[in-house]
Design a protein around this ligand. Structure first.
Ligand SMILES: Cc1cc2nc3c(=O)[nH]c(=O)nc-3n(C[C@H](O)[C@H](O)[C@H](O)COP(=O)(O)OP(=O)(O)OC[C@H]3O[C@@H](n4cnc5c(N)ncnc54)[C@H](O)[C@@H]3O)c2cc1C
Ligand SMILES: NC(=O)c1ccc[n+]([C@@H]2O[C@H](COP(=O)([O-])OP(=O)(O)OC[C@H]3O[C@@H](n4cnc5c(N)ncnc54)[C@H](O)[C@@H]3O)[C@@H](O)[C@H]2O)c1
Length: 490
């Protein structure tokens, strides 16, 4: 790093790379760049670690974990006898607080220091070519110049839809749901996607009376055999589901009660309303106008994560990159970190003038974003998916055959829990005879997913999958049942 004082009096620092946003993705890009021998500054306006660490993945999974463990114990008669009480809400929330590091980022700052990454606190804005101006909480400005690349890794925020009265009703977003210190008596959730479903599961288990309004149905992008099972379970747990309708007005009255009117005429009351209707990119103040893009838009990138203009070519001569939620390719922490690993190496290769391999599955290409994105939805029961559903494969023009099997019918499942209910399905590309998608729903299926992710990413021929023998008696035996249902080539 080189330090100078610029003509405006602001401190100017020169690095090889400047990363805006120290969420999981920005941190990993910076790490890769440093490991490649370049200098890097990371700019962060809130907490180092980003949404995932403090208000998303970690705290929400901590809210869900105790109830899942309790359900598992209660599904076995001998173990059930040892559990006599209910969930200790205070203990659940305290453990959640610990997983959110009590909303302090000292640990992650220490990691940056150790990795040799410079941290600049404040809001970063692209102010000129390869230049980022950072304004800290006291209004002081630092100018960072990048020799090689600027990376936007500013993530996303909850999107609040334009429903009359909603914004004035002090709605919760996923942040308040993840960090709440008390459990509301009545919680209304708007949105039946991943956040809505997971938070309905968590808060119902913590004792709230939960109402979920899902305009497009519950979890509309997963296979219906999976979303239907989760919907049934939520209902059995007392969650009121209002599917295929949406709020048309929301009001919080003087007593603090939130009143919602739905399109079908239903009226509802709640103590809090959680808005879980998707995300909006954090690009409003990042200086996109400096490179001819529109502030507030998602950033489109090529497979090497270079930001593209509307003509499909890299903006500003190719020094601007975007990774993680902000590029909208696959808004998940693990996928953003995958992009970050590829991007760190890409920037280093381009800086050193060494070859960049952006061919599909090449070292510098984030190909899995399009073909093999795994996700676990920590609902009750869990849903684990990778690659295509039958519907998304058809939309992509792939000729597929879908087969399903009852997961509860395999010996490992019967042993795992009494009354085990679950289902698995695989999507086979009929022209190439490889697996292009896999979905499984059932208690404790999350750890089954990586086998499917490997099969999809590696494009393992179906014929060879017969030689991947699942151990007996495990849940994985469903793989064999799926192959048998598909049938063996003569
Ligand atoms: C409730 C919830 C639960 C989730 N659970 C999971 C899960 O279980 N598994 C999973 O894989 N994914 C999960 N996700 C998604 C996951 O949180 C995101 O994919 C991930 O956080 C994206 O990482 P990122 O680094 O791109 O962005 P972020 O984590 O949003 O980090 C971006 C960082 O940039 C900073 N920033 C923004 N603008 C500026 C600026 N102008 N200057 C300086 N800094 C700036 C922000 O303060 C933030 O720290 C969940 C999301 C939500 C909402
Ligand atoms: N376990 C995980 O991996 C995990 C957990 C939570 C969140 N996430 C990620 O966080 C992101 C955000 O999740 P999300 O659930 O907010 O978004 P989402 O896009 O998954 O779901 C939003 C839902 O809101 C519904 N909706 C939109 N407008 C509505 C309206 N006016 N009224 C009623 N319903 C409406 C849509 O039908 C949609 O199903 C996703 O990318 C998700 O993958 C991941």
């Amino acid at each position: 790093m080189t330090e100078t004082t610029g003509t405006t009096g602001a401190t100017e620092n020169v690095f090889d790379v400047v990363v805006i946003g120290a969420g999981p993705v920005g941190e990993n890009v910076a790490d890769g760049v440093v490991k490649g021998g370049l200098s890097v500054a990371v700019v962060e306006s809130e907490l180092v670690g980003g949404e995932c660490s403090y208000w998303a993945c970690m705290p929400t999974k901590a809210l869900l974990r105790d109830a899942a463990a309790l359900r598992a114990v209660r599904s076995l008669p001998g173990a059930r006898a040892a559990v006599t009480g209910e969930l200790d809400t205070a203990a659940v929330l305290a453990r959640r607080d610990a997983f959110a590091s009590h909303w302090h980022d000292d640990g992650q700052v220490a990691w940056l220091d150790h990795a040799g990454i410079s941290l600049v606190r404040g809001v970063g804005r692209i102010s000129a070519a390869r230049t980022v101006e950072v304004t800290d909480a006291d209004g002081r400005t630092t100018v960072l110049r990048a020799r090689h690349a600027v990376v936007v890794a500013t993530g996303s925020s909850a999107r609040i839809p334009q429903i009359p009265g909603l914004a004035d009703a002090a709605p919760w977003t996923s942040r308040e749901a993840a960090a709440a210190q008390t459990v509301p008596g009545r919680l209304a959730i708007v949105g039946g996607g991943v956040v809505g479903t997971e938070m309905a599961t968590a808060y119902a288990a913590l004792g709230a009376q939960v109402t979920l309004i899902a305009r497009d149905g519950l979890l509309p992008t997963v296979e219906s055999f999976a979303s239907d099972l989760v919907a049934e379970t939520l209902k059995a747990q007392g969650v009121a589901l209002h599917l295929l309708t949406e709020p048309v007005s929301v009001r919080r009255d003087e007593a603090g009660t939130v009143r919602l009117t739905l399109a079908d005429g239903t009226t509802l009351e709640a103590d809090e309303v959680l808005v879980a209707t998707g995300r909006t990119p954090n690009t409003g103040t990042v200086g996109l106008d400096q490179v001819g893009l529109t502030p507030g838009d998602w950033l489109h990138v090529d497979d090497s994560l270079r930001v593209l203009g509307s003509d499909g070519t890299p903006v500003a001569g190719g020094w601007l990159y975007a990774a993680g939620d902000v590029n909208h390719r696959a808004p998940l922490t693990h996928q953003g970190k995958y992009q970050a690993r590829a991007l760190g190496e890409t920037i280093v290769a381009r800086a050193n003038g060494t070859p960049v391999d952006t061919a599909p599955w090449g070292r510098h290409a984030a190909t899995a974003d399009e073909r093999a994105v795994p996700q676990v939805i920590f609902s009750d029961p869990e849903i684990a998916t990778v690659g295509h559903t039958a519907a998304s494969a058809e939309a992509a023009g792939i000729r597929v055959r879908a087969v399903e099997h009852d997961l509860g019918a395999v010996a490992g499942a019967a042993l795992h829990a009494d009354g085990y209910t679950g289902r698995a399905g695989m999507i086979v590309d009929e022209d190439r005879k490889v697996l292009v998608g896999f979905t499984v729903v059932g208690p404790d299926v999350a750890e089954l997913l990586h086998a499917a992710t490997i099969a999809v990413a590696a494009e393992v021929p179906i014929d060879r999958l017969w030689h991947a023998v699942p151990a007996y008696p495990t849940l994985s035996e469903v793989w064999l049942r799926l192959l048998e249902t598909y049938g063996r080539r003569a």
